[in-house]
Design a protein around this ligand. Sequence first.
Ligand code: NDP
Length: 285
Amino acid sequence: MSEEHNFLHHITGSFAQPAAENPTVEMVEAAYRHHGLHYRYLNTEVPPEKLADAVAGARAMNWAGFNCSIPHKVAVIEHLDGLGESASVIGAVNCAVRRDGQYIGENTDGKGFLKSLQEVVDPAGKKLVMFGAGGAARAIGVECALAGAAHITVVNRSADRGNELVTLLNDKTPVTAVLEAWDGDYTVPAGTDVVINATSIGLADAEAKLALDLNTLTAEMVVADVIPNPPRTQLIRDAEAKGCTVIDGLGMLVNQGITGIQYWTGETVDGNVMRARLEELFGAA
Ligand code: NDP
């Protein structure tokens, strides 16, 4: 491991920062420990008006990179030196990476999702139905489209947001995308290959139901949920009961972490170690 990558080498003094238990920190640090990677992953709260200072601080300390979450995913772009391809199409960054002294914005949310999807099915040429049109849906839609998905039906509560995503997908990627209204229980069209919940329905609520006619789910379909906590959402349990292949939100979280660590350290880490730590925190049952 090169000392250049170890930011602790570059500062004099130590951080004394209260740190609440944070699942992403726990997950990434578990991988660092397991692989003996001499890195640290810290979680800090940055108010919007201090974002420029925070990025300048990362530059000053020569950090290998950083993740950023809502509300910084779009605002951070003006403080970076460039964007990766999908981050530029998505218009949002959740991962900054130092390359040749420049900080480049990437979006690993969609890449993480795509990796877990590809573990069970290649989206190339497939028909997808995706609930949601927020940040996660944007990232997932763009990555699946760039990976060759044939058709994406976006189902979203707000038509404005839904239309925005469909326009983005049709204009900036090769996929054909359409918006369908979400009135009552949605009927999944026959011939759909992959159904994705990219809304926040199910977060911290294992009983929360997605308005979906379960009788239209068939065993040939793959059903994926972005919700990592709790991982066994109502949708995952219902889809399993219908014989579908299911993908929970831990896969996306772990895979975006693997991609981030790869960008920052050049090392490919073991996702099982990261998933195990998340399961300890969130409960897998
Ligand atoms: P946004 O706030 O950007 O978007 C939320 C989406 O959910 C919108 O499409 C919104 O619809 C929809 N929605 C929320 N509540 C309802 C409801 N009651 N009925 C119908 N639709 C609803 O959030 P993000 O896209 O950033 O995040 C969505 C989820 O993805 C979060 O729960 C987050 O935990 C998860 N996520 C998981 C990751 C992982 O690694 N597993 C990574 C990133 C996110 P509308 O447009 O109508 O408001």
